[in-house]
Design a protein. Structure first.
Length: 611
């Protein structure tokens, strides 16, 4: 039986019951005027209402059934989707396991690939940096490139002056050993000289090989005189050749250099590297008294035997500057040059039989630069003991005399206050080392028979260089040089009237009976050998031999500009020098030691090529 039929049956039974009740009620009399509905009408109304309610309930039941059907359909669809997802997951799991197995077998290839990628990134960055540097180098090259080598020009152009209290007849280089005594003509006249001759030009050629670096360097200025160019100290031939050397620097630490260069005895600021010499900052081209130096031929070998230690040895040019003293016998140890031999006929060259030898060790422990060095020297001369005989001068009994000498030295340079202040000390002492000093003291003298006697002496220098700012450097130096006296009686006596009449004649250097009474007396001028009037005459009775020379110097350099276009700087230097001599015989035979002093002012304006 359907739901609707069941509902109709219930309604029918309800109507029948209601009708029976209504019949009973109708039998009762009516007491009001308003007519009441009959039982049938009331039952019909109630039946209509119930039928409407039943329809609404049926509609809701239908809706619920439809929703149930929809939910069943959705659940079925969800089950199907979940099943498909589980199948996909299983398939994916299998694929993942397969991929993991493959990756596990290729870990090394992956690591190699990652390394290659990292290297590629590094190479790319390096190439970019190299490209940037190359572009910068093309725009602002540090060197000229010629057939695989770098050419680096250098030097400076200078305008300089010197004002001396006593005239020495010299450019901006001071001849300290011949400062004139007061009272002499040059000693009462001052001199002001101006020059551009210290202007310097240089060129460094450098090429790199797989196991070495090869270099060539040349440097020159114009501070030389054609008639006096010589081999003595700076080999100053016009145009003055300061340096000209070739070098092979091996990667193993060995360096071999040959040519004209600063002596290995010169102090260095770093290691034993050429062009790292600790040259005083003076404007004076003769530097400062006490400074040990030569610029001459040398063949040098150095070795870096550790990060802080270097050793080196050199064979260098030899020259005997002069035999110092008075009353010396006839000795030949040098000769004027010959044009055919390309030596200057106006200068003397010694007959050397062996080169000078120099050895040095340099140490940089991290708080400065320190050096120990030795110089070996060899001298030779031809003595003629009978050449000065009054009766019959001859070369009879001539003989060759030799002497070997040398000295030891030390240098120290300590930077302080963050390398803003450099303090330095130097000393050299030995026999026959006068040539290696700034003042070029005599190397040797002679005994009465002509045999050589080397002079003991040496030099010392203290320095302070303060780099006050990026633009300003201040410097101060004090140095001195000394030569010991060496004299011997030659068996003769003074026969001329005077304070030394009857005394023995002494041969050698610094003899106490050397006549010095005329050192402060002005001599009559003599005709100039070059024409044009007169020049100061040589003082009579002034046989002074130098004992020591001292100099103190103060100065500064101020850089008006320093940048990629070079450096333009200005400097002023003041120096005070004293020349002291060995005591001799003065007026009335009294002991007398003449002294000469010199006050000097230097100025300089320089433009340096970019470095």
């Amino acid at each position: 039986m359907g739901k609707k039929a069941f509902g109709v049956l219930l309604m029918t039974l309800s109507l029948v019951g209601a009708q029976a009740q209504s019949t009973v009620k109708q039998a009762q009399p009516k007491h009001g005027r308003v007519r009441q509905k009959t039982e049938e009408e009331l039952l019909l109304e109630q039946l209509g209402e119930k039928l409407q309610t039943l329809d609404r309930m049926n509609d809701k039941v239908d809706d619920l059934q439809q929703q149930i059907q929809d939910l069943k359909h959705q659940l079925q669809t969800a089950n199907q989707t979940a099943e498909a997802a589980r199948a996909d997951a299983a398939s994916a799991r299998k694929e993942l396991e397969s991929q993991q197995e493959v990756i596990g077998h290729n870990d090394q290839q992956v690591a190699t690939l990652q390394g290659a990628v990292s290297d590629l990134k590094g190479t790319s960055a390096s190439l970019l940096q190299t490209e940037q540097k190359t572009q910068q180098a093309l725009e602002h090259p540090d060197a000229l490139h010629f057939k695989g080598i770098d050419l680096k020009p250098g030097g400076f152009f200078a305008g300089e002056t010197v004002d001396r209290q006593r005239a020495t007849g010299s450019d901006v280089n001071t001849p300290f050993s011949s400062i004139p005594f007061g009272g002499q003509t040059a000693g009462v006249l001052s001199e002001f000289n101006a020059s551009g001759r210290q202007s310097r030009l240089s060129l460094l050629a450098e090429g790199k090989l797989s196991k070495s670096t090869i270099r060539g360097y040349v440097e020159g200025d114009f501070l030389s005189a054609g008639t006096t160019s010589n081999d003595n100290q700076s080999n100053s031939y016009t145009l003055r050749l300061r340096q000209a050397w070739a070098q092979a620097a091996l990667n193993s630490g060995w360096t071999i250099t040959g040519g004209q260069m600063w002596s290995l005895a010169t102090e260095y600021r770093h290691a034993l590297d050429n062009n790292a010499e600790a040259i005083p900052l003076t404007i004076d081209a003769q530097y400062n008294v006490g400074f040990t130096w030569e610029r001459q031929y040398g063949f040098r070998v150095t070795k870096n035997i550790g990060p802080r230690l270097w050793i080196g040895g050199a064979v260098e040019e030899a020259q005997t500057l002069n035999l110092g003293g008075h009353n010396l016998p006839a000795i030949v140890y040098q000769s004027a040059g010959t044009g055919g031999g390309l030596y200057n006929p106006s200068a003397n060259y010694s007959y050397n039989y062996a080169p000078d030898l120099v050895a040095k060790i340099a140490w940089e422990p991290g708080f400065g630069h320190y050096e120990l060095f030795g110089v070996g020297r060899f001298f030779r001369a031809r003595a003629f003991p009978n050449a000065q005989l009054a009766s019959d001068p001859s070369a009879l009994d001539a003989f060759t005399t030799k002497a070997a000498g040398g000295g030891v030295g030390a240098n120290a340079r300590v930077p302080l206050f963050g390398k803003r202040l450099d303090l330095g000390a130097h000393i050299l002492a030995g026999d026959g080392v006068g040539r290696y000093s700034t003042t070029t003291f005599a190397d040797a003298t002679a005994h009465p028979d002509g045999s050589l006697e080397l002079l003991a002496g040496g030099s010392a220098l203290g320095s302070a260089e303060w780099h006050a700012t990026r633009r300003l450097d201040l410097y101060g130096y004090y140095g001195g040089e000394y030569a010991k006296r060496a004299y011997y009686p030659n068996g003769l006596f003074v026969t001329t009237p005077g304070p030394t009449y009857g005394e023995p004649i002494l041969t050698g250097y610094g003899a106490p009976n050397n006549v010095l009474s005329g050192c402060y007396t002005e001599a009559v001028p003599v005709t100039s050998p070059n024409g044009g009037g007169y020049v100061p005459g040589t003082a009579a009775n002034c046989n002074a031999d130098n004992r020591n020379i001292q100099e103190g110097t103060l100065g500064y350099w101020f850089r008006l500009y320093k940048g990629p276009r070079g450096t333009f700087q200005q400097g002023i230097q003041y120096s005070y020098a004293e020349r002291r001599t060995w005591q001799g015989s003065g007026e009335n035979g009294l002991g007398f030691s003449p002294k000469a002093i010199e006050n000097m002012w230097f100025t300089s304006f320089r433009y340096y090529l970019p470095q």
